[in-house]
Design a protein around this ligand. Sequence first.
Ligand code: AMP
Ligand code: ZN
Length: 488
Amino acid sequence: MEHNLVLYNTLTRKKEKFDPIYPGRVGMYVCGPTVYSDVHLGNCRTFVSFDLIFRYLLHLGYKVRYVRNITDAGHLEGDNDEGDDKFSKKAKLEQLEPMEIVQKYTIGFHDVLRMFNTIPPSIEPTATGHISEQIEMIQQIIDNGYAYEVNGSVYFDVEKYIEAHNYTILTNRNLDDLLNNTRELGGQDEKRGRLDFALWIKAKPEHIMRWPSPWSVGFPGWHIECSAMSRKYLGDQFDIHGGGMDLAATHHTNEIAQSEACNHTTPAKYWMHTNMLTVNGARMSKSAGNGFLPLELFSGDHSLLTRGYSPMSVRFFMLQAHYRSTLDFSNEALDAADKGYKRLMTAVSLLDKVEPSKKSDFGGIEQLRKRSYAAMDDDFNSPVLIAELFEAVRLINSIYDGKTSISSDDLIAFRSFMHEFVFDILGLKNDLGGSSDDTDSLMQLIIDLRNEAKKNKDFVTSDSIREQLTAIGIQLKDSKDGTLWNKI
Ligand code: AMP
Ligand code: ZN
């Protein structure tokens, strides 16, 4: 089938035909998490959105190299060369080594994304693993005249850069407004211009994460890691650079400036930004205190939640909104998504069960397939695709009820259509009806043993049962009606 994939490019502020630099191949870089605490549901929305994009590109037959980094150094609290290093601060608070913090939250991040059924990226580079590449890039920027050293720290010279480049090309902001609105920030006394940002920061004596460099023992700025790692694995210029919308104004603006100053070319052809998950209209974030943890959502263990939701219902909830629209979190919206998800899964299972007829009054699925591709080709429009899939659900129910008959060939085509779009492209999996009678009785046995242990005040055993079940993806929930279990 001929495809005409169109995507919205933040750089040009319009939808453009997707035309990769090397035919048949796609290089995609997405800014990954800063692993100093648990990822919240908002972060997950961004990674699920790029998972949909990754899956669709793979489905279309592209050979995709998907690079998503782990930020494990250099990200300061203020995002802007001010405040403590996020890792060192958390390490002191939890009395751990910074790399223990990194390890703990990287594992947690992977566990959560696995529950959401995302496909791992092709390469997942870490900032600490690429210090020499960052130093090399900083040196090239200095050599090209776009950065300067002061007291062992290196800053990017934005004023020099804007002489020949459009610094705000990504977000189209007015440069004068930007200059006037920039607060005095930490390290400002060393900077020549207000918009200058750090490429290398000399470590204060108390700073734990530090590396030698030509300028000082210190650590890299946050923005340079993505420029250095995307260049290393995808080249000076690649197809797609993505991240949450909140990253465009500073992080991505500075990435473009660094790459231009170093390689004399803009790093990515298409910039894609996902919109925010909000709670009562406010962006979900760690600092605002409205950051749900995915595990809280799965178990229902949160004051704002009336019950828990399975990871696949939550994934479906996310996919029901277009990635460039905001998505507001509420119990009602999740309930509706949960129902929709279950209806879809039940229909797919029914379709796998129905028998073909000799005579067929089924019109075929070519039109449905065409419309479904049209939805995805239009900037990955998953809500429109889902509406088409519900059209398919109506057809399936009509076949199941005997109102429509379907031939064997049509049935095979219909089944493969549903599997491709529901499982391969939307990345859902069927977590309904997973419990056979056997599993139910086995689980009851385990729950009884745990209750027995609790009664005998053997909490080591009862906690260990719960933890071991969690480790294999089964969650126990104690309620007044007894202990319930579900798969997570
Ligand atoms: P961080 O760990 O803060 O570096 O963020 C990881 C990713 O999550 C980035 O691409 C952010 O843009 C994205 N992100 C942060 N908050 C939200 C939110 N409320 N909704 C969607 N994406 C978000
Ligand atoms: Zn980045």
